[in-house]
Write a protein that binds this ligand. Structure first.
Ligand code: GNR
Ligand code: NI
Length: 156
């Protein structure tokens, strides 16, 4: 299990723009594997490469309760969004806190998979929220930038 250290707010790497992936290498495969291990260990529904200190345009998600639908997105592009959802959002890089964020309800996203094959997916609800949250990480954006109202402790 390759658990990597998750960077937290204040670490300037989280504010940088990540670079496109140009080729799949053994190192990048290991990174993706470690990102899944790290996300599952931390009980997250998503994790972006800059959160583990790597400025590459890669994120992973698994929004299922039984952790059965791992998805990897490389060089993602948001093609289209639709609707709106307002809900609570947290981030492994802002531990122990949450805030209300409004995002599109539906997203069409194109990306490359772990074999650098292109795919397009339409996702809704939590998966759409998660993809948009992770995609923001690749551009140095944190949900706290978009929060409506205060960012509060999870007990509140
Ligand atoms: O684990 C996470 N939960 C979550 C809840 C609502 C909206 C987005 C997320 S993503 C977050 C993991 C994380 O920080 N990914 O970058
Ligand atoms: Ni996050």
């Amino acid at each position: 299990m390759g658990i990597r250290k998750i960077r937290t707010e204040g670490d300037e790497i989280l504010r940088k723009t990540s670079k496109p992936v140009t080729e799949m290498t053994l190192r990048t495969k290991a990174l993706i594997r470690d990102m899944f291990d790290t996300m599952y260990k931390a009980d997250g529904v998503g994790l972006a490469a800059p959160q583990v200190g790597i400025l590459k345009r890669i994120f992973v998600i698994d929004c299922t309760v039984d952790r059965s639908l791992p998805r990897v997105f490389i060089n993602p592009e948001i093609l289209e969004t639709e609707g709106e959802q307002t809900g609570s959002e947290g981030c492994l890089s802002v531990p122990g806190k949450h805030a209300t964020v409004t995002r599109p309800m539906k997203v069409r996203v194109r990306a490359l998979d772990e074999n650098m094959e292109e795919f397009t997916l339409t996702l809704e609800e939590l998966e759409a929220r998660c993809v948009l949250h992770e995609n923001d990480h690749l551009d140095g954006i944190l949900y706290v930038d978009k929060a409506e109202g205060p960012v509060v402790d999870n007990e509140e």
